[in-house]
Unconditional design. Structure first.
Length: 118
């Protein structure tokens, strides 16, 4: 089993920055793919960033050039650096992980709230 705990959310003005963290524990060897998902109120959860292995990254078009996903294996932590935040970035951000590429990751964190004021 794998446990994921997110932190770093909060309230920020438009144009500001936040850095989210996702700490993994348990059977870390099962993790090769880590995603960050965004869920706005009343909308479906959307994957915004993915890291495969240590450096292969992908981003949703909505966050390209503004968000950066990175991984610190020594600390079992994945980060999401969010810059130039917009009000539409508001929502709950979830960290999700799996051993393989999949449309629905097996392991999920509890989420962290991000609110961007205009």
């Amino acid at each position: 089993q794998v446990q994921l705990v997110e932190s770093g959310g909060g309230l920020v003005q438009a144009g500001g920055s936040l850095r989210l963290s996702c700490v993994a524990s348990g059977s870390i060897f099962l993790i090769n793919v880590i995603d960050w998902y965004h869920q706005s109120p009343g909308k479906q959860r959307e994957m915004v960033a993915r890291i495969v292995g240590t450096a292969n990254t992908n981003y949703a078009d909505s966050v390209k050039g503004r968000f950066t996903i990175s991984r610190d294996n020594a600390k079992n932590t994945v980060f999401l650096q969010m810059n130039s935040l917009k009000p539409e970035d508001t929502g709950v951000y979830y960290c999700a992980a799996d051993q393989f590429l999949t449309s629905i990751p097996k392991y999920w964190g509890q989420g962290t709230q991000v609110t961007v004021s205009s």
